[in-house]
Design a protein around this ligand. Sequence first.
Ligand code: FES
Length: 114
Amino acid sequence: MAEFVRVATTDEVPPGAAKVVEVAGERIALFNLGGTVYAIHDTCTHEEASLAEGDLYGEVVACPKHGSRFHVPSGRVLSLPAVKSVAVYPVKVEGADIYVSPEGQVAKAKPHRR
Ligand code: FES
């Protein structure tokens, strides 16, 4: 079982904000949704784009490049052109410190509606 790694402080990711951190060589995007911090892989599964730079709509982030939407708490892809979900990583907050486990899980994508 991989260790949690301290990646940021809560001050650095206030509610509604995102921040990219690196854990075990992977770019991971932290999102603070209403006080709860989530971690997903930062790179869109369509092409190279940073999801941390996308716009947030509730629990959904839209890729800044072509607009694929991802559900932040699960990493699940919700709309084309991306068809694969991004990995989601366990997060824990202790005091003012945010920790992420490098053991990401990828949710199965539901078929897109046509
Ligand atoms: S790079 Fe994200 S939708 Fe194309």
